[in-house]
Ligand binder design. Sequence first.
Ligand code: GLN
Length: 198
Amino acid sequence: MAGRPRVGILALQGDVREHARVLAELGAEVALVRRPEELSAVDGLVLPGGESSTIDKLSRAFGMQEPIRRAIAGGMPVFGTCAGLILLADRLEDGIAGQQTFGGLDVTVKRNAFGGQVESFETEIAVDGLNGPPVHAAFIRAPAVTEVGPGARALASLDDGRVVAVEQGPLLGIAFHPEVAGESRFHRRFLAGVAARA
Ligand code: GLN
C-alpha cells in the first residue's frame, strides 16, 4: 500500500467529527463507515465515544455487527474510546437489557463506572508505552475495566487502581477522551499499527 493510511470511523452515533479532525491532522485518509463495503475499504477502524447501547443497536440494524466482528477476528487495528472501549470488550457489566458488544479485548468493562454525583472529570495519567508527559484525559460518563484477562494488557490505571486503557495486539481501548484535550498520541499509535499491517 502506497501513501497515507486509510482509516475509518464508525459513524452511526457519537463523537465522530473530533476523531476525524485528529486523524486528518496526522495525515490519515479518513472515511466515515456505516456500511460493510465502507468497512472493506479501510485498513483500520475507530469506534468513537457516544452511547454504546445506541451504537450497538444501530450497528445491528445496519448489518455492521458481523462485518466488524470478522474484521476484528481478521486482525484489523481498532481503536475504541469510551463507548468504543465498551464495544470492544468481551464482557460487559451494567449494559442495558440485551446489549451486545463486538468483543475482541479479553476484558470486562463496566459502563458508567464513575456514575452518581460526579459523572465527568479530567485528570493526568501515565500511560505505558506513550513517550512524553502524562496524558490529560477527560472522563465523560466513562466506563472502567474491572477485569483484565490473560489476553489483554493494562496500559494505564487511575490512582484507585481502576484500569482505563488496555491493549491486545492490534486492538486499543481507552475509557477516556484524548481528542477533546488535543492529545494525539493514541491516534498516532493506532495509525502506526495500521501502517505496519497495511
Ligand atoms: N456512558 C456511555 C455508554 O455507556 C459512554 C460515554 C462516552 O462514550 N463518553 O456508552
